[in-house]
Design a protein around this ligand. Sequence first.
Ligand SMILES: Nc1ncnc2c1ncn2[C@@H]1O[C@H](COP(=O)(O)OP(=O)(O)OP(=O)(O)O)[C@@H](O)[C@H]1O
Ligand SMILES: [Mg+2]
Length: 226
Amino acid sequence: MNYLLEARNIIKTFDRKDDQLTVLNNCSLGLESGESISITGPSGSGKSTLLNVISGLDNSDSGELIYNGTDITSWTLDQFAIWRRENIGFVFQFHFLLPDFTAYENILIPSRIANKPAGSDEKFAMELLDHLGLADRKNHLPGELSGGEQQRIAIARAFINKPAILLADEPFGNLDSERGEQLTDMLFNLANMNHSSIIIVTHDKMLAARTDRSLELDAGNLTSII
Ligand SMILES: Nc1ncnc2c1ncn2[C@@H]1O[C@H](COP(=O)(O)OP(=O)(O)OP(=O)(O)O)[C@@H](O)[C@H]1O
Ligand SMILES: [Mg+2]
């Protein structure tokens, strides 16, 4: 099988003063191009840790990471940072928008960080704002937006570099279910339009049911639940 991103036999432990905590115990995961996967599991089961490890934000004790046929396991932090910038979009539970920048400027930040020339993504940023129903909030600061609007800006920011993979960690955990469902539609639409594969961590069974495959993380093991 040719996966876009594959994690093989990942073991991740955290060393503490008196003990060692094994969080990921031989986890393997393959994400196909265009595929969506949801990961559920109890609080503390290692879901965020797994996203961190497969995106190179955190290292593992052992295991392999393969991206598009290339073994990236031993990449340096810098190599992972460049790779993430160009290929990975993140949506977190908390939006982490920069408070002194407008909605529009926040969306463009990943494009600026990727050193794209000024002017290259402005039109796409406006299209994203439009698509998310926020064209008239373009010049609002995050503090002048509602929670759902802030999260929509965070979604737009995640897509500005047209990532091959979108990683979302409880993206709608703070919203009521109706609003969460609306944003879920927007997220899946944008992923389709941009041909992005998705891995989404969620406790929301309805959201999990919308992905192509649902996995569960429990006691350090990743198992398929459909
Ligand atoms: N830096 C760290 N040092 C020690 N233990 C850690 C560290 N980071 C996380 N852990 C522990 O690892 C376990 C998994 O954490 P993780 O954040 O991945 O869980 P999670 O499944 O995302 O939980 P939640 O649903 O609450 O977000 C937790 O028990 C946590 O206490
Ligand atoms: Mg978490």
